[in-house]
Structures are given as C-alpha cells and as structure tokens.
Design a protein around this ligand. Sequence first.
Ligand code: ZN
Ligand code: ZN
Length: 151
Amino acid sequence: MDIFNKAKESLSAAGKGFTQRASDVSGLAKITMKIKEEEKQLDQSLKELGALLFNQYNPEAQQLFPQETENIRQLYAALKQDREEMAYLKGKKICPNCGEELDGDVQRCTSCGMNVENVVRPSQIQAFCSSCGSQLTPGSKFCNNCGAKIE
Ligand SMILES: [Zn+2]
Ligand SMILES: [Zn+2]
C-alpha cells in the first residue's frame, strides 16, 4: 500500500468515527455542556487574571497596556460615581471609606464608623483631578489624593 492509499484509508476511518460520535446524541449533549462549562471557566479565569494584573501589577500593566488600563480606571471611577448617585436617588448614601450603602440621614457609617455627615452628592461635584483623575472636594486648591494643584 502506498502512502496515498494509507492516507485515504485513515481519512475515511476518521470520517466514520466522526459520524458514529455525532449520532450519539447524549454524547453530543454532554460534550456541548462540557465545552460551555469550560468556556465559562476560561472566561472567569481570564477575568480573574485581568483583575490581578490590574490591581497587583498596576504600574507594569499600565506600561504594557496603557489604553486598556486607562479604560478600566475610567470605568471604575464612573461606576463609583454612578453608584453613589444611584444611592442618592434612592434617598441613601455611600460610605466613601468602605462603600457601604447607608440611610441618607445617617451620620456615621454603620459598617466602618466613619463620619459620613458631609458626604456630597456626586452630581454636585463635577471636578476631577487632571493629574490622577480622582474626584475633587468642591473649593479645594489641591487634589487630596495626589496633591496636584487645581487650575
Ligand atoms: Zn464605611
Ligand atoms: Zn490628583
């Protein structure tokens, strides 16, 4: 038997095998489920790795992926602000220290004990530090996060 015939034979054998497996409905359903589950786990693992890189290797990640890390940073900031705004719309407020949702008239955070009397509604603060992007306290001359002068 020459090489060509050998190859043909192994091809048709593979084809037969495939047909047999494809007609095995429960086997197909099983592997479909398995693939879905594996895809889900892969997705989750990649997400976790991304979060690890972003949180633990932030400067390195920023250097390697400036665009992506900047997008994530902006989304975190926007999300934080929108969550606070949502809390206000529900008559509540968010502890700036621990993120706990509190009743609007609470003076101290019930979770961490921080004084939350002067927490300001986000939509009343529009200014962000041009250097580090953190939210600025109205009327302040310097960023209370990075110390940059506010223009
Ligand atoms: Zn708190
Ligand atoms: Zn700053």
